[in-house]
Design a protein. Structure first.
Length: 235
């Protein structure tokens, strides 16, 4: 009974964290334990949806797989920053999509001009619809492409390597934006509480907005069923 009480306490705390994160405008890596038979029907991705004002102020989120896939709806100037920490700092690479009144896109290094890569991209953004893009970094090469296209329209080999752990997004120069950013994180290892799961196969899947997915594993009860979950909590 003592062990179960301890696990129930952990579950309650995890549920609280999920609710706290669901109340913000960014949702990071929420996971629930479900019976594996239901996992195939649930999309293994957890999107971040956010809005950016005409402020040129980055909102940062963690990344780990060398790529970020996203959709953005904006009339011009969708900006991304690739950084080691959750704030603007050097070294830093920035990607400006649809800058200069939606006529060209560039990669900028450490806020300095001239830009290290520049290409004409007339009407690449649209204020009335989401447009999809990807940004990848591998072996010190940064590439930017459109959703569904294998070829990049921006590319830069950075001679000054640094770890990219965060991506920031913002809009400016007269533009507000709406973003949908895919989270492509590896499946985490199960916490100790998972030891309570029966012999039936189970696995971790993403969960969003504090919602309990179908066939979730019950970890205890306190007047109502409590489910096993985990969350990455910033702050």
């Amino acid at each position: 009974p003592a062990d179960h009480n301890g696990v129930n306490s952990v579950i309650k705390k995890l549920q609280q964290l999920l609710q706290e994160e669901a109340s913000t405008n960014q949702v990071f890596s929420e996971w629930a334990l479900v019976n594996r038979s239901s996992a195939e029907t649930i999309k293994m991705a957890n999107n971040i949806e956010l809005n950016t004002e005409d402020k040129l102020e980055y909102q940062f989120f963690p990344v780990s797989n060398g790529v970020v896939n996203f959709k953005v709806r904006a009339p011009n100037d969708a900006h991304l920053a690739l950084t080691s920490g959750p704030a603007e700092s050097e070294p830093m690479l920035e990607v400006f999509i649809g800058g200069w009144k939606n006529t060209k896109s560039v990669i900028r290094k450490n806020r300095a001009k001239p830009d290290v890569c520049e290409v004409d991209t007339p009407d690449i953004l649209n204020a009335g619809e989401f447009r999809g893009f990807w940004v990848k970094w591998m072996d010190n090469v940064i590439t930017v492409g459109m959703e569904g296209a294998a070829a990049a329209f921006l590319s830069y080999e950075n001679p000054d390597a640094y770890d990219i752990n965060y991506v920031g997004v913002c809009t400016g120069w007269g533009a507000n934006g709406s973003w949908i950013i895919e989270q492509n994180e590896p499946e985490p290892s199960a916490p100790v509480a998972a030891a309570l799961v029966s012999s039936n196969a189970a696995c971790w899947i993403p969960a969003a907005n504090g919602e309990v997915p179908p066939n979730a594993v019950v970890g205890g009860a306190d007047g109502e069923d409590m489910y096993i979950a985990r969350a990455q909590h910033e702050g």
